[in-house]
Ligand binder design. Structure first.
Ligand SMILES: [Zn+2]
Length: 308
């Protein structure tokens, strides 16, 4: 058994997507996720000496300034991953041509802007399907990291969407199939017929869950530093590889960054940036001391078939 590995990712969802998911008018969305959140993550990773992957939405590059932040990620030694062209939460329900374009155009546009290879894919809302996997594979990606086998997250998402329906608001989010809860916890080659099962298809790096705790930024924020470090430690004891996930907005706050107060529907945006940064620093510091942290593109290239 070799040394443990870990990967750290940041989904760069612009605030527009938060307005959409909560059914708010996105006209007032700012570029703070790109302009403020991304540089804060680059600085945090530099302090810890860890390479990461930034999963980006290609349409965001059409707005001024964002492509410069994308290139800053590359210049700092990070990988750019494909988080699709338009971040359609209903990606798996789109017709095949539109779905394929979301995947292939997203990759092509990100690669052109980054000036670096884009080989990793993460689906909006962690929802995937056999058809989507086939598109991801055929469009030149070498790995996928869209499976999130987390019951608390799944149930919370179902609960929030039910609540919004009761209030007469429509979320653009969709709930994927519950098979995701039975997916392997560690990296695996996915079945071509069902990406949530093992097979001979594309390498899949699920977002990690340790003893029921999802290793994601909002969970760390809710837990605080000591419990976040403990959950990373438990994960490292139980699994050979951990995939830890953040969103660029995880290092933003309403008060610190003067954001639209309506975004307070995301409770973690009420937590000061300094507090969240200290929690993430503690959790990632523990990870970096006990595992080899590498970009997923590099881990996928190493030995995907032996990763189990
Ligand atoms: Zn996203």
């Amino acid at each position: 058994m070799g040394p443990r590995t870990a990967a750290v990712g940041v989904d760069v969802d612009s605030l527009h997507h938060y307005y959409r998911i909560h059914g708010l008018d996105e006209a007032q969305a700012s570029e703070a996720a790109w302009a403020v959140g991304v540089p804060r993550f680059i600085a945090l990773f530099a302090e810890l000496g860890i390479p990461a992957t930034f999963y980006c939405v290609a349409e965001d590059l059409d707005r001024p300034g964002n492509a410069d932040h994308l290139r800053a990620c590359v210049a700092a030694g990070h990988e750019i991953g494909n988080h699709t062209w338009h971040h359609r939460y209903d990606l798996v329900r789109l017709d095949a041509d539109t779905r394929r374009a979301e995947v292939a155009e997203g990759r092509a546009r990100l690669e052109a802007a980054a000036g670096a290879p884009v080989v990793g894919f993460r689906s909006p809302g962690y929802t995937t399907s056999a058809g989507l996997q086939a598109d991801v594979h055929a469009s030149g990606h070498t790995y996928d990291s869209s499976v999130f086998p987390c019951a608390p997250y799944y149930l919370a998402k179902a609960g929030v969407m039910g609540l919004m329906r009761l209030r007469g608001r429509r979320s653009h989010s969709i709930l994927g199939p519950p098979q995701v809860l039975a997916a392997p916890r560690g990296p695996y080659r996915a079945s071509r017929a069902d990406p949530h099962r093992r097979g001979d298809g594309l390498p899949q790096f699920p977002v990690s869950v340790a003893a029921g705790v999802p290793l994601i930024g909002t969970a760390f924020t809710a837990l605080g530093a000591a419990a976040s470090v403990a959950s990373v430690a438990v994960g490292l004891r139980l699994q050979r590889h951990l995939t830890v996930e953040f969103h660029a907005a995880d290092l933003l706050s309403l008060a610190d960054d003067g954001l639209d107060p309506r975004l307070g529907v995301q409770p973690d945006l009420k937590v000061p940036v300094a507090r969240k940064r200290a929690i993430f620093h503690a959790a990632l510091g523990h990870l970096a001391r006990h595992a080899r942290v590498a970009r997923l593109a590099d881990l996928a290239a190493e030995a995907p078939s032996s990763a189990a």
